[in-house]
Design a protein around this ligand. Sequence first.
Ligand code: SAH
Ligand code: SF4
Ligand code: F3S
Length: 460
Amino acid sequence: MRALPPRRGIAYSAPMKSDSPKTFHVKSFGCQMNVYDGERMAEMLGAEGYVAAADGADADLVVLNTCHIREKAAEKVYSDIGRLKRADGSTPTIAVAGCVAQAEGAEIARRAPSVDVVVGPQAYHRLPDLIAKAAKGEKAIDLDMPLESKFGALPKRAGGQRPTAFLTVQEGCDKFCTYCVVPYTRGAEISRPYADLIAEAQALVAGGVREITLLGQNVNAWDGADTKGRAVGLDGLIRDLARIDGLERIRYTTSHPNDMTDGLIAAHGEIPELMPFLHLPVQAGSDRILAAMNRSHSVDSYLKVIERVRAARPDIAISGDFIVGFPGESEADFQATLDIVRATKYAMAYSFKYSRRPGTPAATMDDQVDEAVMNDRLQRLQALLNEQQHAFNAATVGRTTQLLLERKGKLDGQLIGKTPWLQSAHLVAPGLAIGNMVEVRIASAGPNSLGAEPLMEAVA
Ligand code: SAH
Ligand code: SF4
Ligand code: F3S
């Protein structure tokens, strides 16, 4: 991992004034935190006088908000940069933001000379200044992880057109799993202040948001002090967010098994607004591999957490992440991963082939696993996970529940919403609109989505 010296002291520019405003397009890759950052960058550019381009290809400014988690993700960025070249050979102003920017730094501008700005995930509040610098013909690179939080420098949120929103509450990671770049690209764990989060959530809800997903690389490690100065954990924050009038659903992701506190587990049985869904990655089912990954939890401790969460909220949907082919993983280790999947019964999951990330401890470990073996294991794992997902979906058929309608479907008049268990469900119902919460009966289930029938007109 290349670490360039921090750069400081870039002056703040005045907002742009122009008769024909410049257009921008932000394209985010990777995790939901990047999606959140992309939205904040878009809001900031809007406040600077830019307008969103109808078509990304025509924009004056393109921000590629990148992800570095696996190899292909970074390669994709370079091909995306190449594709921004217009027919006449010119390019828009190109800013590379996100985790590839942090990891690769100035190398990006060297390898892709059409890149004007490189900005890390903790410095993107300085994007307007960097663009101004680039307009003078200089390469503008800012990989600083400043002590002052970027959040304070961003424009206030106003909600959007959608009924759901992300809210980053915690950033960074101190866990240093041996395969993972996040501690290097996002920096140390920080929790945003309680009051800022309540205010941001209130603004989102005032703008029409009905469901908020709290985000963090280790979201359940969030801690803070409430208005009375009392120490609170994520469960305390959720409890207070749930009091905001009009906020009907709260979710959080991603959690680490070691940070599932008693209070957070209990909250799942106590707070109706907290949706019955938990994304709790285990990565592997062999204690030997978990130790080599530096996961700092065991198979047994993970299963105990799951048992306790299910005791608090019996219908909870459990989701996970898995890596196959970590260095040294034997067939017996992999069988142990299948065993923990069978024991947990996931409602959904993400699974990946191990990707060797330069600069991480695992990259230089012996016994890197052969690609063909990884492919075979991934296929077998995904077959089991797909079977479980389908079974979970099938078990909801006949149930009455509520959908929050989020977007239009492919068919005429079709709308798509989410169940409390984060399943996508589609329905055709004239008179309903995006943003409605609707009472439905689940009528059918496929591997990836459900069919629903409305029981009445929109609840609200
Ligand atoms: N903070 C979260 C998510 C981290 S990134 C957590 O700790 O679970 C999302 C997922 O990407 C991880 O859960 C892991 O399954 C996967 N991942 C991270 N690094 C990887 C690597 N080098 N190769 C393959 N998958 C990886
Ligand atoms: Fe990466 Fe591990 Fe931190 Fe998750 S907990 S972000 S996998 S280092
Ligand atoms: Fe990717 Fe960075 Fe998120 S590496 S997964 S965008 S924290």
